[in-house]
Design a binder for this molecule. Structure first.
Ligand code: 5AD
Ligand code: SF4
Length: 451
């Protein structure tokens, strides 16, 4: 029998859903008696919780796994979890014979038994079910923050955008029962958590797979808003088609719901949107944003954009450029298209040259930068509500976020962590706002440059 591991290290790639899965796995391992290690090289159990969304994300992990020879880690257990585990399954064993286990996104409850099985049999184990069974113990999650928490409400995605691997790596949509979500959020509130981010590949689909629950996304939001102690509720991520008037009104009416909406446009050309199977046109998207801004005038928007999708012409890219200029997103994640195995788009020629993709990417990044600078100027001198999250990296300032998700640092006392404060915006350091509490001025000697 192999020696049972005493310490563990989990390296996480990708989205917040993966971060939450890591917190749940860490909780399971703590319960099993292991201790977390900061030493990736020497931990007895090493897990790569992986992402497959773009080729680069996969290549990073493949490189890491290649470097870890059996010889150098003969005493430790090494495993792959997450989306790459689903995309590649047991073929990973062929490429990396020193790997001990592969556990897919729908099997993280099995981590404990998989480790035992490896110890007793010394065989390579893989568990990669296609469907998620709602049997995860979320309450076990070991969170780093004491102020804000991620809470999973729906797993998987049924939208099948033609470029996206998620419906294949995370399976179809499975909503979590509302009582279980409310119970977890109540416990978090009792423990002093102030902010909850509801997670799902498409949170707005919540409850549609279980009509008998009579609880759609905006109904769930109302239940969570009623929990005493939770000051802020956010959600990630949404599909524009499912951003309904009911949801917009919930954002307007429920005090804890933040006015920041992630509203992924992906492309500004209706032809490309159709080819992406986004099921909305540019005009329909613009109309939804107009409606949202009418119902929630102080709403800020985030977005995701893909440039260089197969057959995207210069003129179609310009439509994306113009759309971004007009819509003025507060946050934009911009990606170059990357063909993913198993998706419909993989069958089409990836015909936009890499140099053109990179040029388009850079143009959007600099546009977003300009828009960001203009937006920041408007904040100067304003008082913003900040949830104080932690000490800043410099060890001197406090760090927090506004309701619209802007990061801000300011001088204050550590007992303010976990409280809401009004802070005056006095300057910027790159994207981060620098503020001061009433009656305090920014120290000009501070390490942070004030503009
Ligand atoms: N290539 C590039 N970007 C992608 N995304 C998803 N799949 C791909 C792909 N194949 C982006 C989308 C999505 C975000 C999470 O990642 O913009 O919203
Ligand atoms: Fe992928 Fe589209 Fe589902 Fe988002 S909505 S996870 S982009 S398939």
């Amino acid at each position: 029998m192999r020696k049972p591991p005493k310490t563990f290290f989990i390296r996480t790639y990708g989205c917040q859903m993966n971060e939450l899965d890591t917190e749940i796995m860490a909780g399971q391992l703590l319960k099993k008696g292991l201790t977390p290690s900061l030493d990736e090289e020497n931990a007895d159990l090493l897990i790569f919780n992986t992402c497959s969304i773009r080729d680069l994300a996969e290549r990073k992990v493949m490189g890491k796994l290649g470097l870890l020879g059996r010889a150098s880690r003969k005493n430790s257990i090494v495993g792959v979890t997450g989306c790459m585990a689903m995309a590649k399954k047991q073929t990973l064993f062929r490429k990396f014979p020193h790997l001990d286990f592969v556990i897919g996104t729908n099997n993280i409850t099995d981590l404990d038994t998989v480790i035992d099985e490896i110890l007793y049999t010394d065989h390579q184990i893989h568990k990669t079910d296609d469907r998620f069974e709602e049997n995860l113990d979320y309450l076990i999650a070991k969170r780093d923050s004491k102020v804000k928490a991620h809470v999973s409400i729906i797993r998987g995605c049924d939208k099948y955008c033609t470029y996206c691997v998620v419906p294949y790596t995370r399976g179809e949509e499975v909503s979590r029962p509302p009582e279980s979500i409310v119970d977890e959020c109540r416990r978090l509130a009792d423990e002093g958590y102030k902010e909850i981010t509801l997670l799902g590949q498409n949170v707005n689909s919540y409850g549609k797979d279980r009509p008998e629950w009579n609880c759609l996304f905006h109904d769930l939001l109302a239940k969570l808003d009623a929990i005493e102690g939770i000051e802020r509720i956010r959600f990630m991520t949404s599909h524009p088609v499912d951003i309904t008037v009911g949801l917009m009104e919930a954002i307007r009416d429920l005090p804890s719901l933040c006015e920041f909406v992630h509203f992924p446009l992906q492309a500004g050309s209706s032809r490309i949107l159709k080819k992406m199977h986004r099921i909305y046109t540019k005009e329909q998207y613009f109309e939804k944003v107009r409606l949202l801004r009418e119902i929630v005038p102080n709403a800020t928007l985030g977005t995701d954009i893909i440039v260089g999708f197969p057959t995207e012409t210069d003129a179609e890219f310009e439509e994306t450029y113009e759309a971004m200029k007009e819509l003025r997103f507060s946050v934009a994640f911009i990606f170059a298209y990357s063909a993913r195995t198993g998706t419909p788009a993989k069958r089409w020629k990836d015909d936009v040259p890499e140099t053109v993709k990179q040029e388009r990417l850079q143009r959007l990044l600099s546009l977003q930068n300009e828009l960001g600078q203009e937006e920041r100027q408007q904040f100067l001198g304003q008082d913003v509500e900040v949830l104080v999250e932690s000490l800043n990296k410099d060890g001197k300032h406090l760090k927090g976020r506004t309701r619209c998700w802007k990061k801000i640092v300011f001088e204050g006392d550590t007992d303010m962590i976990g409280t809401l404060q009004q802070v005056k915006v006095q300057g910027f350091h790159h994207q981060t706002m620098i503020g001061a509490l009433p009656g305090r001025q920014i120290q000009k000697t501070s390490k942070l440059k004030v503009v």
